[in-house]
Design a protein around this ligand. Structure first.
Ligand code: FAD
Ligand code: NAI
Length: 328
């Protein structure tokens, strides 16, 4: 019997590693504490339609990722988003067009990781709390004290703060992960019955509690009614207001939005707030992935490279590459 490889985390990094290993003939078994895949690239289904509350779009600069995204496009998992971009600085809102290609999952961001998951084995709603190393193999313990295993190797593909405890068996990896600081982001979604009178689809913001806003309904494949917007607070504002009740976050960010748009926005027919506690690493790193090959323990995620979708995908590839290399 082949002993599978466990992957903890079904975000883009974990799924990138899973697909590379599967392609190389290995059996993988994924675990995620959420009820769906995608992590910070997931979308939320709501009464106002599906909303991308985390990653808004992504760019592809590394040749390997460019090729991968082309395949996703051929499969219909992604589409190009061509937003009418603005910039907000010193109280001024100005159009800020550019030539950058920006991709989004289609018809929602989570379509990508859902496609990548395909028929791979996964336990959803399963939070792994401990990794136990036997003589040859690993077993995983979950929050309900169920044991899973045996596994030949384990790849931890969670944000660094959540990876630290799981990597305790390899103190060097654990202390590297413990040194990674990740900043929070408050996200707010607003839906308006009547479309707001603006040409703007997305805006980079420099001098406000907000640092980004987007017309969710302008992305390809999304519902056009109601008119939905996603606002992201800056890291600084999110840190300062980490424990603010959701209603207050909605009120304050809606206020900042109205101020920035220079017109009183109507009352939304729907609103929600979501706090991403580990939204982005404070600084980029160049580790690719972390590995203790003798123990068979690996870690990957956006925090091992750039805090972007591309960095997370590349990190998953790197973890798989190192694991396969060690087996040869
Ligand atoms: P994650 O997506 O966090 O995946 C980790 C998975 O591990 C999660 O599914 C989680 O549920 C699971 N997990 C954690 N702990 C456990 C456990 N103990 N047991 C089981 N499962 C566990 N990037 C861009 O390129 N462009 C953008 O516009 C952009 N905007 C962003 C906006 C926001 C608000 C946020 C939060 C992120 C944004 N990013 C953006 C960053 C991008 O989303 C991330 O870099 C990328 O999705 C990270 O993928 P990952 O697989 O490393 O981690
Ligand atoms: P990108 O090339 O579109 O943007 C990179 C940065 O360049 C932007 O943050 C912005 O400051 C600037 N920029 C780009 N185009 C601009 C324009 N037309 N006008 C004015 N400024 C412009 O995309 P890339 O490099 O893939 O970055 C991903 C995006 O994801 C970034 O905006 C980043 O801030 C965001 N992100 C947000 C996170 C969060 O938690 N809120 C976490 C991780 C990434």
């Amino acid at each position: 019997m082949t002993v599978p490889i466990a992957i903890i985390g079904a975000g883009i990094a974990g799924l990138s590693a899973a697909r590379a290993l599967h392609k190389a003939g290995h059996t993988v078994h994924l675990f995620d504490k959420s009820r769906g895949s995608g992590g910070r690239m997931s979308s939320k289904r709501s009464e106002a339609g599906s909303l991308d509350l985390g990653a808004q779009y992504f760019t592809a600069r590394d040749r390997r990722f460019v090729d991968e995204v082309q395949q996703w496009q051929a499969l219909g998992w992604v589409a190009e988003w061509e937003p009418r971009l603005y910039n907000h600085k010193d109280g001024q809102l100005t159009p800020s067009p550019d030539e950058q290609t920006r991709w989004v999952g289609s018809p929602r961001m989570s379509a990508i990781t859902r496609g990548m998951l395909g028929h791979l084995t996964i336990n959803f709603a399963c939070r792994i709390t401990d990794l136990i190393r036997g003589e040859k193999h690993w077993h995983l313990l979950d929050a309900d004290e169920c044991s899973h295993g045996p596994f030949s190797h384990v790849i931890v593909a969670t944000p660094a703060p959540q990876a630290t405890a799981l990597l305790a068996g390899a103190p060097k990896l654990a202390s590297t992960a413990a040194g990674v600081k990740m900043d929070p982001t408050w996200a707010v979604a607003l839906a308006f019955e009547t479309p707001l009178e603006t040409k703007m689809d997305g805006c980079f913001v420099q001098d406000s509690p907000l640092d980004w806003l987007a017309r969710n309904s302008s992305k390809p494949g999304r519902e056009h009614k109601p008119d939905t917007w996603v606002l992201h607070a800056s890291s600084a504002w999110s840190k300062q207001n980490l424990d603010l009740p959701k209603e207050a976050v909605i009120e304050q960010l809606h206020g900042a939005f109205a101020e920035l748009m220079h017109f009183p926005t109507p009352a939304p027919i729907f609103s929600l707030a979501h706090r991403w506690l580990y939204a982005r690493p404070s600084t980029a790193h160049e580790w690719g992935a972390l590995a203790d090959a003798d123990l068979g323990l690996y870690a990957c995620g956006d925090w091992c490279l750039s805090g972007r979708v591309e960095g997370a995908w590349l990190s998953g590839q790197e973890a798989a590459r190192r694991l396969i290399e060690h087996l040869q």
